[in-house]
Design a protein around this ligand. Structure first.
Ligand SMILES: C[S@@+](CC[C@H](N)C(=O)[O-])C[C@H]1O[C@@H](n2cnc3c(N)ncnc32)[C@H](O)[C@@H]1O
Length: 379
């Protein structure tokens, strides 16, 4: 795996997070990062005096390279923040020059530059452009970058709708830039997020911040798992990778004495789960805990959990991967009490049974259909 980012006059060592995650084709930067940096370098004389807001800097390549500036790193992903912190430290850069801002917190006013890596979810981009409407000044330079295939007419239309005149560069190494001139005369529009849908299995109205999985309807896997939840009477349960929290919400409703810990690496996911308990089961808030965490890293290392329920992710950004599911299963095993249970749902083509067998010594198939299996392992 190439970890040496030698670009223009600077050399950095960059890793994804956690650092041990390696794969021959997994770099911590891409051609869009290079185009963005090249553009900023050419257009900005004294970078040291510059205030730059960087949105969705995947593993910190932009923030590290621009460390001489005053950088605001805005992201919905704790893993992105952790990757950036790790890379700042590895390269002995100045951590005092970076401020980390999560996707629901306010962005500072009138930055010199707004630099956007176009996110996978267009709704997240829309949320961010709406935030930027109230932040940019006439003098703010706005540039965005992505793989060329991710830049569609709908992407450019969002920039035009919320910020101003927008045009693109030619593609280079299959990446492209978007330039946008802020037009302060554009009327500010309200945000459509969080959006809501109604659940069929339970009488819940589910609110979803812009970057949440299953934002428009319940996931088929989640629906099946809800029909096959374990007995959680008087148990401490972790809804791991909780998204909008539908699994944990059902447990809180069905088991009046269960405690549920909702965990996700997305700030918007954890905020949505909290909103959903507050709105649907307000009297049960005292039985719920909400933690932004990479897998279960934020839980103390003493086994205290009775059940872990999980519909694992199999993507990181645009890459298909099983490394997150692996870490989730390992963390679950560490956090479970003896006799505690990990219950998961997975697409049948994924190698979850092998992983559970290796970690727990075995598993039971609770239910399965043509596409999915629900598996349970005991510690
Ligand atoms: C398949 S979705 C399941 C969401 C929800 N439980 C459901 O069933 O609708 C997987 C979730 O895992 C979260 N996730 C991805 N990587 C993670 C990580 N490293 N640590 C914690 N959560 C993660 C995603 O943000 C997403 O909400």
């Amino acid at each position: 795996m190439n970890t040496s980012f030698n670009f223009l006059e600077k050399s950095l060592e960059l890793y994804r997070y956690p650092k041990r995650i390696t794969h021959p084709s997994w770099q911590a930067w891409d051609a869009a990062d290079e185009l963005l940096l090249d553009h900023i370098q050419q257009s900005q004389e004294n970078i040291k005096q510059t205030r730059i807001v960087i949105l969705n800097d995947d593993f910190g390549a932009l923030s590290c390279w621009l460390n001489e500036a005053k950088v605001h790193h805005v992201s919905d992903s704790l893993v992105s923040q952790l990757a950036c912190k790790q890379n700042i430290e590895l390269n002995n850069l100045d951590k005092a020059r970076i401020t980390y801002i999560d996707s629901l917190a306010p962005i500072p006013q009138a930055p010199d530059w707004v630099v956007i890596k176009i996110p996978k979810t267009l709704a997240l981009l829309e949320h961010q452009l709406i935030q930027l409407q109230t932040v940019v000044s006439q003098n703010t330079k706005i540039v965005a970058g992505a793989k060329a295939k991710m830049i569609q007419k709908s992407t450019l239309a969002l920039f035009e709708k919320y910020l101003g005149k927008t045009y693109t560069s030619l593609a280079k190494k299959k990446a492209r830039l978007i330039f946008c001139e802020p037009d302060l005369a554009i009327q500010q529009k309200p945000s459509p997020y969080p959006s809501v849908w109604k659940m069929q299995q339970e009488p819940f109205t589910i609110s979803n911040h812009a970057n949440v999985f299953a934002r428009q309807q319940i996931d088929i896997g989640a629906r099946l798992l809800i029909d096959n939840l374990p007995d959680c009477t008087a148990k401490t349960v972790v809804d791991l990778g909780c998204g909008n929290g539908v699994l944990g919400l059902c447990i809180l409703k069905r088991y009046a004495d269960a405690q549920v810990i909702f965990m996700d690496e997305s700030y918007m996911a954890v905020a949505s789960a909290k909103l959903n308990v507050q709105n649907n089961l307000p009297k049960e808030m005292h039985r719920a805990l909400f933690i932004v965490s990479n897998c279960m890293e934020e839980l103390e290392n003493n086994p205290q959990v009775d059940k872990v329920i999980c519909n694992p992710p199999f993507h990181q950004l645009n890459t298909i991967t099983d490394h997150i599911a692996n870490q989730m299963f390992e963390d679950a095993r560490s956090a479970l009490k003896k006799g505690g249970e990990l219950r998961i749902i997975g697409n049948r083509h994924l190698e979850y049974p092998q992983k559970l067998k290796r970690l727990f010594g075995g598993y039971n198939v609770i239910s399965s259909d043509k596409k999915f299996s629900i598996l349970s392992s005991l510690k």
